[in-house]
Ligand binder design. Structure first.
Ligand code: A3P
Length: 323
């Protein structure tokens, strides 16, 4: 079959060279691009290579985890990986998640020499193409930038999270990682988020497009909030979606493995390695930060909250999606 043409054109955003988001490695801030239609914002390197990703071949036995970043991706990747791999919690403990579940567009995010070689090799599209099944692939790209055959070929789990908590979590993320090194306030960050100026924005077209496809047989649409509320039920739904069964003994192990406490302790254990890599600001907290719903209440002023409410309301007008 003939290759389909990428439906989006990427234009360089000149002011992004001085944007507060990607300026940490001297001389390596290449700026960002915006895709039209859709307004999708990402790195310049991605803009150059978006078509390669679009032409990537999904497989029938793949499982994809797709999200807007900070919506519970890592948690869901761990869950999906376990279900796709016989609930092998021992193997999960031995091999870092990044290697078990590669990040499709991850190597277009930071300059290659800043990435550990093993991760760079594992995430390269060529390596992904050759990777044995079952692949558990993570992506933050909206569906219209993913391979066009994806939803009719592979199992996809899409996770959405309350946009207020996404803003707060993302704010900490952009402070934490040196390749973002965001120095502004939460209010600044919320404004950038609502304006669709940060990586992977705009938020609502991303989520609403997935929401409109939630009844596709290959799509399982989840909310972070339901994972918090009843993880066992979500494990069961993911297992059913991937045509797997989970015994009670496996369920107990999987739930223990997926607990915030356990996943956070894995991060703590890998701390020295991360230090060596030098990609995190050490005084800016941890990746597994709080793992709560509604943390935004501790951060937004009434005025900011009102503006965000309006942003949400305007964007969800006419939709049955609710947060
Ligand atoms: P917070 O910053 O609100 O704590 P992503 O993986 O998409 O980047 O999402 C990260 C968010 O998921 C973080 O949110 C993180 O704490 C939360 N998270 C990760 N594992 C979790 C778990 N086991 N239980 C609850 N939340 C979890």
């Amino acid at each position: 079959s003939q290759a389909q043409e990428l439906p989006v054109k990427f234009n360089f955003i000149p002011e992004s060279i001085t944007s507060p988001f990607i300026d940490i490695f001297p001389g390596q801030n290449e700026g960002m691009v915006r895709g039209e239609p859709g307004g999708f914002v990402f790195s310049r390197e991605y803009g150059r290579r978006a078509n390669e990703i679009y032409q990537f071949k999904p497989r029938k036995d793949d499982a994809w985890v797709c999200t807007f970043s900070k919506s519970g991706t890592t948690w869901t990747q761990e869950l999906v990986w376990l279900i796709a791999n016989g609930c092998d919690t021992e193997k999960a403990k031995q091999i870092p998640l990044q290697m078990r579940s590669p990040y499709l567009e991850g190597d277009y995010l930071i300059s290659p020499e800043k990435m550990p070689q093993e991760i760079r090799e594992c995430w390269a599209l060529e390596a992904l193409t050759k990777r044995p099944s079952p692949r558990v692939i993570k992506s933050h790209l909206p569906f219209n930038l993913l391979p066009p055959q994806l939803l009719e070929t592979s199992k996809v789990v899409y996770v959405a999270r309350n946009p207020k908590d996404v803003i707060v979590s993302n704010y900490h993320h952009f402070k934490l990682f040196k390749f973002h090194d965001f120095k502004g306030t939460l209010e600044d960050f919320a404004n950038y988020s609502m304006d669709g100026q940060i990586y992977y924005s705009p938020y609502f077209p991303h989520v609403l497009d997935a929401w409109s496809k939630r009844h596709y047989p290959n799509v399982l649409f989840l909310f972070y909030e339901e994972m918090k509320q009843d993880l066992r039920a979500v494990v069961e739904r993911v297992a059913a979606h991937l045509n797997q069964t989970v015994t009670e003994e496996q369920m107990v192990r999987v739930l223990e493995y997926l607990s915030f406490k356990n996943l956070a302790s894995t991060e703590a254990a890998g701390k020295e390695k991360v230090k060596e890599m030098g990609i995190m600001n050490e005084d800016a907290g941890t990746f597994f930060r709080k793992g709560k719903t509604g943390d935004w209440k501790n951060h937004f002023s009434p005025e900011l909250n009102e503006r965000i409410d309006k942003w949400i309301q305007d964007n969800l007008a006419g939709s049955d999606l609710k947060f």
